[in-house]
Design a protein around this ligand. Structure first.
Ligand SMILES: *[C@@H]1O[C@H](CO)[C@@H](O)[C@H](O)[C@H]1NC(C)=O
Ligand SMILES: *[C@@H]1O[C@H](CO)[C@@H](O)[C@H](O)[C@H]1NC(C)=O
Length: 373
């Protein structure tokens, strides 16, 4: 009898010991896993999308939703940039890369201009671009220091970098989805001047006309830019440091989906009806930073094209508020006469449709509640 109890007791103890050891070893395993997580190499595992594009698991950049405008006055609208999102790679990469290569080969002077004495600044830009891309998207770009090359895994292309590279702005523009502009302060006038640029996707202006001219001239078509923003922008650039990288957004409406738009849009032929399906919302994400070594200002532009008909009710409301916030002169400059009515009507329909849907849902819940009472 006593031995039975003793045996049972032993069994219970054995089970407890086994359980504790197992539990502890699991705990230990979990704990030891924690120690291996912080290595960036492991964090950045790859996900290959159906498009063949490689992504790291770092949070990809998301274009913010269109919001109603908050103030009526013209402002730079700058905000501090999240550093890991300085340059972006997304599923539009392949098609845009092909277009960029085509423009560089067939319309080179229209998309690439580097004035004399900008070599150091252009090389500095390429250094920043290659080191950022290879760190942020290590599955897409690999630098080989012994050969001074960068390999683009997305396109299987290799480019010379560093001192041997003879066309640094072109290489930067081929690697990234952004356009690059270098502004240098003119010591005489104190004005910032566009000295080098790889602008593959201009929004209504010509690079050959703008290269070598001041910010004021760059913005001369923008109504009241000089009086409202000119001196603020100069002051802002004076205080920009390599550690303060800022971003802002610009909005345009187009009646085509052309990324290369080097002049104001031609009015659509009278005989052709323009519908919401023809309209593209063009948004620019601009970033500004100081080039530490050469001293210039680096201004990047990433262009996003979104068909109007893909905007939901919330973004339609944001868009409507923004375009209605432009005064008459600004609306004319942005081409309102061509697309204003079509865009307004489409956005209003989206918004009222959503209200109707909400009303139906509310109505149904109300009826359900009445039935259950
Ligand atoms: C760099 O390129 C050389 C020559 O092609 C090659 O032997 C070497 O393995 C490469 N290094 C890396 C880190 O890929
Ligand atoms: C609008 O799109 C339709 C269908 O794609 C096309 O036939 C028409 O020419 C376009 N209108 C304009 C003004 O571009």
């Amino acid at each position: 009898m006593a031995t039975d109890v003793f045996a049972a007791l032993l069994l219970v103890i054995a089970i407890i010991v086994i359980y504790i050891t197992k539990y502890n070893s699991q705990q230990w395993k979990i704990f030891s896993n924690c120690h291996t997580i912080p290595s960036t190499k492991q964090r950045q595992t790859t996900v290959v999308e159906s498009t063949g594009l490689v992504h790291t698991t770092l949070k990809p950049f998301q274009l913010p939703t269109l919001k109603p405008r908050t103030s009526s006055h013209m402002a730079m609208g700058l905000k501090r940039l999240e550093e890991s999102n300085w340059l972006t790679i997304d599923k539009g990469y392949h098609s845009e890369h092909v277009l960029r290569a085509y423009m560089l080969e067939n319309a080179r002077p229209d998309v690439l201009q580097c004035l004399p004495n900008t070599e150091a600044a252009c090389h500095e830009v390429l250094d920043l671009v290659t080191s950022f891309l290879s760190k942020r998207f290590p599955e897409c770009f690999t630098i080989n220091h012994s050969t001074s090359t960068i390999f683009n895994h997305l396109t299987k292309e290799s480019h010379l970098i560093g001192a041997q590279c003879s066309n640094p702005m072109e290489v930067a523009a081929r690697l990234a989805m952004e356009d690059f502009n270098i502004l240098v302060k003119d010591p005489q006038s104190g004005e910032y001047t566009l000295m080098a640029s790889a602008t593959l996707f201009p929004a209504g202006w010509q690079l050959q006309e703008r290269i070598g001219t001041s910010m004021a001239n760059l913005h001369s078509p923008v109504p009241r830019w000089q009086e409202k923003l000119g001196s603020a922008v100069n002051r802002y650039f004076d205080h920009l440091s390599p550690r303060t990288c800022m971003e802002r957004y610009n909005l345009f409406i187009q009646t085509t989906n052309e990324l290369f738009q080097d002049g104001p849009e031609a009015p659509p032929p009278l005989a052709v009806l323009l519908t919401a399906e023809n309209i593209t919302v063009r948004r620019e994400r601009q970033t500004f930073t100081r080039l530490e070594q050469s001293g210039g200002v680096l201004f990047t532009v990433r262009t996003y094209m979104q068909p109007l008909i893909e905007l939901g009710a919330e973004e339609s409301e944001g868009l409507l508020s923004q375009i209605r916030g432009w005064d008459g002169e600004m609306q004319r400059y942005k081409g309102w006469d061509h697309w204003g009515t079509v865009v307004e009507q489409w956005c209003e329909r989206q918004i009222s449709q959503q209200r109707k849907d909400l009303y139906i849902v509310e109505d149904a819940t109300l009826r359900e509640r009445k039935l259950s009472v």
